[in-house]
Design a protein around this ligand. Structure first.
Ligand SMILES: *Cc1c(COP(=O)(O)O)cnc(C)c1O
Length: 427
């Protein structure tokens, strides 16, 4: 059987396959750039593991309190070196990205302090953490204020607005790198560095936290290289490499990170407690694989942008612009098209390929959300997945793919479903 017959047996028509191959021919140079970044980041991760003398002894399971957990402490040193920071908190006890962000915020804001987002509204789940939408145990309930400065219409920073919003109470600034569920651009690490420099020139001593979800290893630099006091993310996204079954990380200045540890466990205990429960091999190996896994996901995102752009759909980022995260938004214009797209992604999965995704109310989100994922780790979005809130502009956010080939099949099958429903027409 040749390759196009193999794809036929996976549900792909010859016409869609041929269309995809035509698009790919133009993307070779882009893919070479992606590989070059992965090679650099692989070297960075390897160097950090070697310098910290990672050994088989680091993989031993601990239970109970987890005092003197050498593998856990070494992993945190490796993360600190990869991100070039003084300290790192990397724990399976951090349950997800939102949890990591909530810990970083609540540990570094006290009653009467104000949090500033200079990049518009934060990710949906943070609205409840901050108290933008009333919620139990929000920062707002504890007397922490919040201010937001929206981006200018062209997607750039409103420097005058930001200067005006910084006041005596402003204590922490939160910058979200990735677009999340918005159709604004994702910021490059360089842009984030410029924003941080500006903020610190207005009020030296302010702490800046960057929500780095989906951004890790997309560039050769991270927000921690350009002045972020805390850089925060989820291990079931990029840095877990698809192997971490749970976890989050906070890297940054020692003073900020140790407060996070006290918030996560308890005052007085901090980083000393927290058994690893046998998860360390996956956390180490996932970090080791992360640069190449992210490269595969990036190729998938670039491919998806070009596939859909040439069919007349609005895609963010567009087919040519540089990438700063692994998310690809495709505006499909209707709930029906969102469903068809998600059915294709689901049909390509190694796990649960026979399942039909349906829109559903999700904790933390204010609209129904449709999600397609057939993942080895439940909810992992470094694995191939697509999701989006069912609301205008009916954009699906496509991300991940542990291998480029799987991402490729998923994207082509999403198009297959749209074509079959008459919701997209091949040129
Ligand atoms: C995924 C994500 C989060 C939240 O992470 P969860 O693991 O889903 O809680 C926060 N911010 C951004 C930008 C994200 O992409």
């Amino acid at each position: 059987m040749n390759l196009s017959d193999m794809y036929l047996s996976l549900g792909l028509s010859p016409a869609v396959y041929r269309y995809g191959e035509g698009i790919l021919e133009d993307l070779r140079a882009r893919f070479d750039t992606v590989d070059a970044v992965a090679e650099y980041n692989q070297a960075k991760v390897l160097a950090a593991m070697q310098q910290n003398r990672v050994s088989a002894a680091c993989f031993a399971a601990t239970t109970g309190y987890g005092y003197d957990d050498m593998g856990r402490d070494t992993l945190e040193k490796v993360y600190a070196d990869v991100f070039h920071t003084e300290a790192a908190l990397v724990r399976p006890q951090i349950t997800c990205g939102t949890h990591a962000l909530a810990v970083a915020l609540s540990a570094n804001l006290l009653p009467g302090d104000e949090l500033l987002s200079p990049v518009g509204a934060p990710y949906d789940t943070l609205e409840e953490v901050i108290g933008i939408r009333p919620s139990q145990c929000s920062l707002r309930e504890y007397g922490v204020g919040y201010r937001q400065v929206d981006l200018l219409p062209d997607g750039t920073f409103d420097y005058d607005g930001i200067r005006a919003a910084i006041n005596d109470h402003t204590k922490l600034v939160t910058i979200q790198r990735s677009k999340g569920y918005a159709t604004r651009p994702t910021f490059s690490v360089r842009q984030i560095g410029e924003l941080i420099a500006f903020i610190k020139s207005v009020k030296p001593g302010l702490n800046v936290m960057v929500d780095n979800c989906y951004g890790e290893f997309v560039e050769t630099m991270e927000p921690s290289d350009v002045g972020a006091d805390m850089t925060v993310g989820s291990l079931i996204k990029n840095p877990g490499g698809g192997l971490a079954p749970i976890g989050g990380y906070i890297v940054g200045r020692a003073e900020c990170v140790s407060r996070c540890a006290y918030r996560l466990s308890a005052p007085g205990l901090g980083q000393e407690v927290g058994a690893n429960l046998g998860l360390l091999p996956a956390l180490y190996q996932g970090l080791f694989l992360a640069p190449t896994v992210v490269a595969g996901a990036l190729k998938g995102a670039i491919f998806a942008a070009n596939i859909y752009e040439r069919l007349g759909f609005r895609v963010v980022p567009d087919g040519r612009e540089p990438r700063h995260d692994i998310i690809q938004a495709v505006e499909l214009g209707s709930a029906e098209a969102m469903s068809a797209f998600c059915h294709g992604i689901q049909a390509a999965a190694p796990v649960d390929s026979y399942v039909m995704p349906e829109p559903w109310a999700m904790p933390g989100y204010d609209a129904e959300v449709i999600m397609a994922a057939g993942a080895f780790v439940q909810g992992s979005s470094i694995e191939l997945s697509a999701d989006g809130p069912i609301r205008p502009p009916y954009a699906v956010y496509f991300q991940g793919g542990l291998t480029w080939y799987h991402a490729k099949l998923g994207i082509l099958l999403s198009l297959q479903k749209l074509v079959e429903k008459g919701l997209a027409t091949l040129p």
